[in-house]
Every structure is written in structure tokens, then in C-alpha cells.
Design a protein around this ligand. Structure first.
Ligand SMILES: [Zn+2]
Length: 472
């Protein structure tokens, strides 16, 4: 591969030649021409107008696809033991190094707080992001004044709204509010996103285990069995079906939920299913490790018995699962997860993954033959861009799309380290995993920012105005 000598900041035009392009409009060996931060042309044997010169990049032997979109990320998430460790700047940097050039985080207003005010605050917090980003609006309570604010959110480019069926004491919503929330989001054309776990059942089971001195990490999983997720999935599908509202189910982790979602899709319910790398390649046996490390794997929903992994892969290959996002929300093992060493209920919930997502999917999905290459790009980029109203600005190589490009080295093999240059956690649940496939080059809005394992320049990430979902 050759690039223009000097630095990576030269913007115009760039002609990527002979790559194996995988995209929404063209898949096959070909060229990609970008200029002014946008895609100009994509296809076979692209020529420049006479007299025009371009920086030529020879991508022969490599894949070329639209930058990854991680639709589910929690940077700086506040918890009783402090914020999740990755902030917008370093977290987005980790994402870019892994091939993700756009992410969607959350606005989480306090109960009763103005959504618009909370949005302004969160946007300010995100201003150091080095990747473009969208924001989902969490609805943690309901009052009639929110109707107007839901509409305003949509007018300001927030087209998805999240409800939590768990965590009732903090962000979770009561059933009586769910109807009103769903109705409002539907009326203004939004997409409802749901964390599906029955919070009351979890509280009951947590209390039961705690009272009988079962306080280790494995009881985190035991207090959130598959039916706790499936019950909430069924409930949300029912809301979607009854009210005609498009529904996005976040981080699906079980076969039980997949069955419900498959049936719902078959009868035409507008339901979209997300799963995450941790539910595809990790399983709950890790909760039997010594407590000091077992607590590092605590996330919600929890890791499951191994047979769920295969069922989720199957859900992906049959089109039941549509997106693989990370739910990236890491904490420090030594300083934060440790708070729950004697009580699983006190461990902050969340894992890392934004840097590893594409490499894990490529290694465990593409290289094993579980999913074809086009599916890989669909899952990590095209589908989330479409679902969350960013297409074709993102996730696309059509003329005029943002020139966010990953040139992917299919042969690069590496072992995941317990710490990374960019991520701040002091451990990694994927440490020791042998992965193959990683970005050789990342281009953000026409600018080469990452090349051969190093950042060569940076761009200022911007807030992406998102339209109504383009359901798939
Ligand atoms: Zn989440």
C-alpha cells in the first residue's frame, strides 16, 4: 500500500484502487474515489477527469468497506462507583482503531428532567469525540409535557428512544408509563429501543440469593435467567404489535428471546434485533473463575450458557438478528468492579468491545464460515446506519455519502492484550483471544486518520442528525 508522503491530512481526492469492495451499492474488486470528504464514485476501473490527480492507494488484497457504526455505546456512564472509564475522546479513538467511525451513545435525563436540556448537556460532553456520533434519548419516566419534547427531539435529529425494563430504581420505567411512552414515540415517528429484562423478577431473585449468602459473581447470572429476558422481550413485542410502533430490542442474549423475535418477524411485527460480541463468543463459565476476575465479566443481560452462542449466530445468519453492537461500557476491575467482590449486586454492569467488535466478528464469524463477508459489513455498518436513520450519509458508498472508509487487512493476526493504547480499562474480557483481521487504514470524512496501527491525523467528530428509521 502506498499513500501520499507526508502526513495523513491531505484530503483531496483519494482513489483507492483494486480493493475488494463490500458495500451497499457495489461488491467486488474495484475502486473508490473520494473527494471533499464525500464518496464520488465506487465501482470498476474508475478514471479521473483529464488533468486531475489523486492520491492513489493500492488496496489489492484488502477489503474496502464503509466505516463501522456501533449503535450502542455508553461513554462516561455515571454509576454509584463512578463513570464508565472510557470517555468520548479516548473511547471514540479506540473505536476508530478498530474500524468504527460512527457510534451512538445515550442521553439519560434524570426522572422528570427536560429532555432538551439533558440533550444539550450530553452533546457538550461529547464534543471531544474523534468519531461522528448520534445520541439516543432515554425515557426514564413520563409526564405529558414530554410529548412536545419527544417531537422536538425528532426535529433535532434524535430519532430513537430507549426504555429500560430493568433498573427500576434508577432509569427503569413502570408499566403504566410504557403505553404512554410508546404512543408518543410512535406518534412522532420515532423508533423505540428497549433493554428487555424484567426488573421486578431480578430484584426478587437477587434478594433471594443474597439472603441465602449466595453473593458471588455467578449469582449475577443466576438472578437474571433467560426467562427474565424473554418475558420482557415478549412484553415489548406485544406493545409493538398492539401499537404499531417499530421496536429495537437491544443486546439480545438468549435462544428464548430469539424464538419470540423470529415468530414476531414472521407475522410482520416491526421488530429489530441487536446482539453483541460478548453474547456470541463468551459464555457464563467465566463466572466460575476466581472472584477477583469473575466480577470483570458482569454485564446485563449476563453471559449465558454456551449453547446460546450458536443460536445467536444462527439468528444472525437467518436474518432474525440484524445488528451487532457492543453495549461498550467498561469499568476498572481494580477500582470499580471490585466494589461488588462480596456482593454481586454492587458490581457495575458493563463490558468493553468497541475496539474489538469488527475483528471479533470477522474472526469468529467470517473466517469460520458462519457468515459471508457481505453479512459482516451489513451487521457492523450498513444495517445500523439504516435502522438509526443515518443512511446513506453513513454506512454507504453511494455518491455523496460521507467518505468513512475502512481498508481491512484480512491476514493481520494478533492477540488481544489486557490493556490497550486507547481504552482505559485495566483488563479486557477478550484478552488472550487470537484474532485475525483488523484495519490497515481508516479514513474519516475523506481524511486518512489511522494507518498501519497508528494515528496519522485526527478529525473532530460531529453530531449526526438522524432521520426516521429505514426499517429493513
Ligand atoms: Zn446499554
Amino acid at each position: 500500500m502506498t499513500t501520499n508522503p507526508g502526513n495523513g491530512t491531505i484530503k483531496d481526492p483519494i482513489l483507492i484502487r483494486n480493493g475488494k469492495i463490500i458495500s451497499d451499492i457495489y461488491t467486488g474488486t474495484g475502486d473508490l474515489l473520494i473527494s471533499g470528504g464525500k464518496v464520488v464514485a465506487c465501482g470498476i476501473a474508475i478514471t479521473l477527469p483529464p488533468g486531475r490527480k489523486a492520491i492513489e492507494i493500492d488496496a489489492a488484497g484488502h477489503l474496502v468497506f464503509p466505516g463501522g457504526v456501533d449503535a450502542h455505546v455508553h461513554f462516561n456512564l455515571p454509576t454509584p462507583v463512578g463513570n464508565s472509564v472510557d470517555g468520548f475522546e479516548n473511547g471514540s479513538t479506540a473505536g476508530i482503531a478498530g474500524g468504527t467511525t460512527t457510534f451512538i451513545d445515550f442521553v439519560t435525563p434524570a426522572k422528570g428532567q427536560s429532555l432538551i436540556k439533558a440533550f444539550a448537556e450530553r452533546k457538550e460532553e461529547a464534543k471531544n469525540s474523534r468519531a461522528d456520533f448520534g445520541l439516543h434519548m432515554s425515557l426514564t419516566s413520563w409526564k405529558n409535557e414530554y410529548n412536545k419534547e419527544v417531537q422536538e427531539c425528532i426535529e433535532m435529529g434524535i430519532s430513537s428512544f430507549k426504555v429500560y425494563l430493568a433498573y427500576k430504581k434508577t432509569v427503569g420505567v413502570e408499566d403504566k408509563d410504557l403505553v404512554r411512552i410508546s404512543d408518543s414515540v410512535r406518534r412522532y415517528g420515532g423508533l423505540l429501543m428497549a433493554h428487555c429484562e424484567n426488573g421486578d423478577l431480578i430484584s426478587f431473585l437477587q434478594q433471594k440469593f443474597f439472603a441465602s449468602k449466595k453473593r458471588e459473581a455467578r449469582y449475577h447470572a443466576a438472578s437474571r435467567p433467560p426467562f427474565v429476558e424473554a418475558e420482557a422481550v415478549f412484553k415489548m413485542i406485544s406493545y409493538s404489535e398492539a401499537m404499531g410502533i417499530p421496536l429495537y430490542i437491544a443486546h439480545v442474549s438468549t435462544q428464548d428471546s430469539i424464538k419470540l423475535i423470529r415468530r414476531a418477524k414472521e407475522r410482520g411485527v416491526k421488530v429489530i434485533c441487536e446482539t453483541c460480541p460478548q453474547y456470541l463468543v463468551l459464555d457464563q463459565s467465566v463466572y466460575n473463575e476466581p472472584q477477583e476476575t469473575a466480577i470483570g465479566y458482569i454485564c446485563s443481560p449476563p453471559l449465558r450458557e454456551k449453547y446460546h452462542n450458536e443460536q445467536l449466530w444462527k439468528a444472525i445468519s437467518t436474518g432474525v438478528a440484524d445488528v451487532v453492537s457492543t453495549d461498550h461500557c467498561p469499568f476498572s476491575l481494580k477500582n470499580q468492579k471490585i466494589a461488588g467482590l462480596q456482593d454481586f449486586r454492587k458490581v457495575p454492569n458493563g463490558l468493553m468491545g468497541i475496539e474489538e467488535r469488527l475483528s471479533i466478528l470477522y474472526t469468529a464469524g467470517v473466517r469460520t464460515g458462519k457468515i459471508p463477508l457481505k453479512k459482516f459489513v451489513d451487521l457492523v455498518s450498513i444495517q445500523p446506519a439504516k435502522i438509526f436513520g443515518m443512511y446513506p450519509q453513513k454506512g454507504s458508498f453511494v455518491t455523496g455519502a460521507d467518505a468513512d472508509v475502512v481498508i481491512w487487512d484480512t491476514n493481520a493476526s494478533f492477540t488481544v492484550n489486557s490493556t490497550s493504547k486507547y481504552a482505559k480499562a485495566d483488563y479486557n474480557v477478550y484478552a488472550g483471544m487470537e484474532l485475525t483481521g483488523r484495519p490497515l487504514m481508516v479514513i474519516q470524512r475523506g481524511q486518512i486518520t489511522f494507518e498501519k496501527g497508528k494515528f496519522v491525523s485526527q478529525v473532530q467528530g460531529g453530531f449526526i442528525f438522524r432521520n426516521e428509521t429505514a426499517l429493513i
